[in-house]
Design a protein around this ligand. Structure first.
Ligand code: HPA
Ligand code: ZN
Length: 326
């Protein structure tokens, strides 16, 4: 069997996936037409050509523009179910997906339509593909903490659909301490927490996410190597890092896969996981990310099995569910 087939046949959990980042250009065009929205692209080809990024912000601009075609509950259902079909092909048996409500509510989309479209598709994914899932509601860190408090309030009738709270968007200039109070409220309400940290920002953001936001995992976290003591602590405490290799290359966190530090972190004993982040924009879904790690960083298949096991260990499944899935 080819290595790519072996990777697909390996049961895996995906823990760092923005549902808006799975919007393929074909569906973008279809939804633009359905909702009478004018896109600044003449063709699907042109959309793909615009996916040249030099940093996180240059990506976010294109990503928020793409998300503007999502308007109805049906749109969010179609988006999510299309991802689950790909996830199933890739051997994903559990997924924990982010959604960014503020990207949509700011345009007048109802919170109910966003979350129920996603939740309905996840329920269908469970039935058809036996993929279990959790939803992580993410705050946009370029907006204010008051704004995040408003979303947390808006989400109240739907808390049962939300497992955890996350933090994404532009890291530089928007450190975790900006959201200390709203995360404290979310923790009081019983949510788990995660945060993007140490993607473009400093190792200090990782430490402050752990200490102030009480996160269970760090999303990205590759800049932890800037601080030896922090790295030691991450390893000792088995704090999972949800690393997204293709994303890091597309956004120039590393210039080439050969330079990525995921294998060094793995060999040092960190609990690393492989994830796809925004697969439609970054050139590959989960199995592609595993494959690129194997191809350029010499991960053996046994090591990839260990990383797939880490993905379940680092998930929010119960200990019993983890054992059944691993
Ligand atoms: N980083 C920060 N915010 C994001 C990302 C990311 O990789 N993807 C979507 N929103
Ligand atoms: Zn991300």
């Amino acid at each position: 069997m080819q290595i790519s087939q072996l990777i697909k046949s390996l049961p895996k959990a995906e823990l760092h996936l923005h549902i808006e980042g799975t919007l393929e250009p074909e569906l973008m065009f279809e939804l633009a037409q359905r909702n009478n929205i004018q896109l600044p692209y003449a063709s699907i080809d042109e959309v793909r050509k615009s996916y040249e990024f030099h940093d996180l912000q240059s990506f976010l601009d294109v990503y928020y523009l793409g998300a503007s075609v999502l308007r109805t509950r049906q749109d969010f259902f179609d988006l999510t179910f299309a991802y689950l079909e790909k996830a199933h092909e890739d051997g994903i048996t559990h997924t924990e997906i982010f959604f960014d409500p503020q990207t949509h509510t700011k345009r007048g989309v109802l919170f109910e339509d966003i979350i129920m479209g996603i939740a309905d598709a996840l329920a269908k994914g469970k039935e058809e593909f036996a993929i279990s899932s959790y939803i992580i509601m993410s705050f946009l860190r370029h907006l204010s903490e008051d704004d995040a408090f408003e979303v947390l309030e808006l989400a109240k009738p739907y808390y049962k659909y939300i497992k955890a709270i996350g933090l994404d968007s532009a890291e530089v200039g928007n450190p975790p301490e900006k959201f200390k109070n709203v995360f404290a409220k979310a923790l009081d309400l019983g949510f788990l927490t995660v945060a993007h940290a140490g993607e473009e920002g400093p190792a200090e953001n990782i430490r402050n996410s752990l200490e102030l936001l009480k996160v269970q995992r760090i999303d990205h976290g590759v800049n932890c190597v800037q601080d030896d003591k922090l790295l030691e602590e991450l390893i000792y405490k088995k704090i999972p890092l949800t690393i997204c290799p293709l994303s890091n290359i597309k956004l120039k966190v590393f210039q080439h896969m050969k330079e990525h530090n995921i294998r060094d972190l793995y060999l040092k004993g960190a609990c690393v996981t492989i994830n796809s982040d925004d697969p439609s924009y970054f050139g590959g879904y989960l199995a592609d990310n595993y494959f690129e790690c194997q191809r350029h960083l010499n991960f053996s298949f046994i090591e990839l099995i260990q990383i797939a096991k880490n993905s379940f260990r680092a998930s929010f499944l119960s200990e019993e569910e983890k054992l059944l899935k691993m």
